[in-house]
Every structure is written in C-alpha cells, then in structure tokens.
Design a protein around this ligand. Sequence first.
Ligand SMILES: *Cc1c(COP(=O)(O)O)cnc(C)c1O
Length: 511
Amino acid sequence: MATKKKNMRNTLDTQSIFELSKPGRRAARLPACDVPESSIDKLLPSEMLADGPPALPELSEPAIVRHFINLSTLNMSVDTHFYPLGSCTMKYNPKRNERAAAMPGLADLHPYQSEDTLQGMLQILFELQETLQEISGLAACSLQPAAGAHGELTALLVAAAYFGDLGERRTKVLVPDNAHGTNPASAAMAGFDSITVKTTADGFVDLDDLDAKLDDQVAVFMITNPSTLGLFEPNMRAVADKVHAGGGLIYLDGANMNAILGISRPGDFGADMQHYNPHKTFSGPHGGGGPGAGPICVTEKLAPYLPVPVVVRERSEVGGERPGNTNAVSESSASFRYRLDFDQPKTIGRVRAFFGNVGVLLRAYAYIRTHGPDGLRRISENAVLNANYLLSRVTHILPVPQGNRCMHEFVASASTLKRDKDIAAMDIAKRLLDFGYHAPTVYFPLTVPEAIMIEPTETESKETLDAFTEVLFRITEEDADLLHDAPHTTAISRPDEVRAARQPVLTYRAE
Ligand SMILES: *Cc1c(COP(=O)(O)O)cnc(C)c1O
C-alpha cells in the first residue's frame, strides 16, 4: 500500500474576499467634500433607493491586490503552462493583438456613433468578412454570432429560412457520432430533429449508414473536418455529393480550421456554410466565459438569409472638385465608404446586439493580417507537424486507435492502462496538474474508450513536447493509488464536477 502524499496542497489563502473583510478597512481615502452636501432623498424618489448601502467587503489595498493576484496564480493559462487541450486549440495569443484591439480609436468607439465617424472600424470589419470568405472559399459572411455554438445555431436558422423559402419542409439534421455536443444541441435549438450518423472503426463517416439516413427530410449534414479525432475525412467529396444530391446542405463545424488554413478550403470540399472559432484558430483570448465570436460564412444562395446588419463597401467620390480639374474626380481621389446594411428582406434578423463582439473580431483581424496567407499556411503546417511528433512519441504507451498519423490533434486511449494497471484517463489528466501541465481533453469524443485528446498547437517548442512526453511516461509508471487521489498540489483536488457545474456557489452570504 503506497503512502498517500498529503500536506502537499497549495497553501495559498483561498478565503473569499468577504471572509477577509474587516469593518472600516479602506483602500482609498476621498478628499473632504468641497461643495455643499445634499441628501440623496432629495435627488431620487424614495422607492428608487436601496434600504442600505451594498454589502461590499472592506479591505486595504495590499489585501485586495494579494487576494486577486494569488487567485490568479491558481489558474492555468497558455501564458503560464503548456495547455494541450484537444479540440480547444489553446495556442499562444500574441500580445500585439491585445494592443491593437485596445487602441483608443477602436476601443473607445460607441456603436451609436454615426457611420461617418466609424469608417475605420467598419473597414476592418468589412475586410475581416472578406478574409474569412477567402479562407473558407465561401461567398458571404456574418460576424455577428457570439461563439462557435452560436454560429452553428445561426447557420441552421439560415438553412431553415432557405428551405422555408423553397417551400420545402425538412425536419432533420444529421450529425456524426463523434461530433461535439454543441452540434446536436444547436440542431435541437433551431427546431430540427438531430439524427446520429455512425462512424467506422477508422473514425470516418460510415457511408452506408449515411445512405440509410438520407432522405428528403434532411436539411443539413453537420460535419467537423478535420474531425474531432484529428482526421481529415477521406470521403468528404462523396459525403457532400450524397447530401447535395438529396437537396440537403453541408455545414462545416470549423473548430478545427487551425489544421487546414491556406491548405484546404471548406467551400472547395463541399461545405455550404461554416463557422469559425476566432478564439481557437485566430488566437483570441480563450475560456473563462468571456466574450467569444463565431463568424459564419455561407454560399451565395444562402447569403440573403444572413443576420443583419452586414458591412458593405461602396465606392464614394470624396475627392470633390480640384482646381484645374473642374468636372472629373480623379481616380486617385476616389475612395471607399463603408456602411451597415440592414436592407436584407430575407434576413433571419439579428442574433446579437450591434455588430457582434467587435473586440474579439479585432484581435482575429490583427492576427490574420500579421501572418498573411503564407503565414497562416505555416501555422497549420506546424500545428500538424507538432501533433504528429507528439503522437509518434506517445503512441507506444498511450495507443492511438485511429491510426499513426493525424492532423492538428489526436485521440489516444488509456483503456489498456486501465485494464492492466487501473490507471484511467481521468487519473492521468488529474496527475498532470501536479507537474504543471493543463490536462488534455478526456472522455471525448465518446467513440473512443478512455479517450485522451491531445492538441499541442503550433506555438509549442520541441523541448516542451519532449518534457510533456517524459512526464506522461512517468505518470503511467506511478502507483495507481497515488494517481487515484491526484492532483495533490492544487487548492482543490477532485471536486464533484457535475455539482460544481449545476449548483455553483458563486456568492458569499453573511449569516
Ligand atoms: C469548441 C467547439 C465547438 C463550440 O465552439 P464554442 O466557441 O465553444 O461555442 C463546436 N465544435 C467543436 C468541434 C469544438 O471544438
């Protein structure tokens, strides 16, 4: 029986800020009031006033700073740790994107300003639309959706409007069994029945099962390509042809675009619509429930149904008359004017306030423009190279059931370890935290038993990948009892994850 390692837990103060509060402590002192004081009751009707001051914690400035800085060190981030979280593409976010998005000329704008004063912002958004269309090989774009899942929902509403216009009643959306959970959820939210299509043992769409499920009720086939197994669907063309032959549409879940930027375009391999996850592919800040974005691109025939407004560009002759050039405006003085177009009679309407989560879109724009077409292609090549290097290093200890090559990520299985040594995917994931690694995605996709889904991303060095591999080996040699209790060094070890998600305790209540 191994001795369990106790007392290794992080000793950081994890009291809530309310528990640290001491009456009368202050972080700021206001100067004496130099105007006549007036009671609040004279300014506001009494029914609008609270019964008392808000129950705010009272602390000194150093206590506040220490509290929040210490809390921040309990977190893991790409800036502090290797974060091989498959499917999520946790790659380094260049700080220049942050600086660009924070420029006062962008950050201080108000959406109610007149369009004349928003020309720079609208130009950026227009160019981002164009760039995303080019990367996807699709004709039109909406920047509005607030996340990948929201992009899925928006595109399915676009599809529903399109079929409604054709007078076709199509009720089904097909989703492969290894899809992300948001796919069937979005289908249901958009009012469709979600029907599962099997994948083969190799991890590809089972064409026989697809044939069996395709009928004239199928509106959309949602496919993730490269798939959640990190594999490029070899029958993509055949899948798209079958769906199109029945009048249906192909939706590409673009969460894995990081593997194919500048190499292969969804519009060229049969997609009619797709979303992007700028927080994955284009290095947006990621996680923590902050704002995201989920722009969608669609083919020409679906464009009329996109949410409004879309940003449009018009030629405007702003140069005006010049001395000696009385009638004509010279070509060089002609320029563009950008405006928000609400005049789309077939639009599904708004899915988000104003122009979407612009701050996230600006970062994506900065990232894309920094790298350019060749740079984006190199990003994907390196993401795929890193993933294959890691796959080849770990596969003899954590077998990868679906092949010995991958795209940007791969799914290993701990089922042999579980059988022989009682070491489960969860034990490895939790133990990695003790060594300063964020855990990979585990138990997803559901088609792989004891799944460990690893995505190194292109921003990691060979040294980091090697060090990670060494730690993985070491863990698989450790005592199962030690692993079952891991992590041993974090403030919280193994919370009840379902309860933490369903009944989160977010506020402190004084008795
Ligand atoms: C992340 C992800 C989504 C959902 O995207 P969000 O931006 O988190 O809403 C959908 N599908 C796949 C395959 C993903 O990895």
